[in-house]
Design a protein around this ligand. Sequence first.
Ligand code: NAD
Length: 370
Amino acid sequence: MTTYRICLLPGDGIGPEITAEALKVLGVIGDRCGVTFEFEQALLGGAAIDATGTALPEATLTCAYASDAVLLAAIGGPKWDTTDPAKPRPEQGLLGIRKALGLYANLRPVRIFDALRDASSLKPEFLEGVDMLIVRELTGGLYFGARARETGVEGAGAHGAAGMRAYDTMDYREFEIERIARKAFEAARTRRNRVHSVDKANVLETSRLWREVVHRLHTAEYADVELIDQLVDNSAMQLVRYPAQFDVMVTENMFGDILSDEASMLTGSLGMLASASLGDGTALYEPSHGSAPDIAGQGIANPLAMLLSVELMLRHSFSMHEAADALAAAIENVLAEGWRTRDIADSSTLPQKTVGTDAMGSLVAERLQG
Ligand code: NAD
């Protein structure tokens, strides 16, 4: 029997509550597919600070390295908010583990659930057929290039006086572009086989290199995948004009940061967004929302983004595509039947179909059992 080891990081706030639902659903999937999931739980974020004084204890890294995948719920909360730079902060755990695992690709699916169409900021007719995956480069570009602020620069102040100047540098190397493009082409092959490569090649040198490398890789290894170049300003417009044209969109760090937030609003609900961060080894899966301290411990958190993160883990770390499809269908069915957690309920939701975290997880698990 195949065994997969999963490092579980429940974290803070609603984290432990939604992690319980992931375990419930993975139990059903294991039985259904004849696979064993072995779990090791470790501390990250505020919980880790309380127990060990640091947001990313060594034992957590050991757990992550020894696992086939890492499943993280959420970290953070007002208890650990501090402006004292000497004090540990929960986010250090998240950034630290991403860095340690070399996670250079961030994947964010944007899928419209029929039952939640009304939550979108676009009119329903624009959402027909929307099912896209944004592949964002995560460790290069403007956010990591050389930067500085200089004072007393001649002519930088008002009326030609000396003043301040600042710059950030967008820096990309061939290998960084090639490895992210490879992730995008590979993902497209499991989907609708189309990649939009988004750049600003009419202006930026990094974008011209980006385009060259993407095309070279495409010709050499992925000629079966449709490749379309698109300028980033056009992509920002196309996302709200005709989002169904996209299957996989691949782009550099800052463009991806902005476009993925724009695209996430097509779905209309934070409780439904999952993400995967991939490198060349162990990958990490997590919902896009935070630890929701305002509702922690009340049993009302929406576990679906966590379950959609499990779906991504099944696909990208374990190649269990059939199980991933079945999980997605189970979630779709539960929503179509009218079940809602409070955050995605609307005026049409029947009071008796507004359920808590545990019930929502159980409904999905039951639909999976068939
Ligand atoms: P948040 O995403 O935690 O919450 C924003 C709002 O959405 C809240 O009203 C919350 O109740 C609601 N919400 C979020 N997830 C929900 C869910 N699954 N079900 C129902 N409602 C949900 O963002 P925030 O309030 O800005 O941040 C709270 C804490 O989370 C902060 O400490 C922040 O640093 C941290 N955070 C962590 C991550 C992460 O772990 N990756 C991401 C974002 C924020």
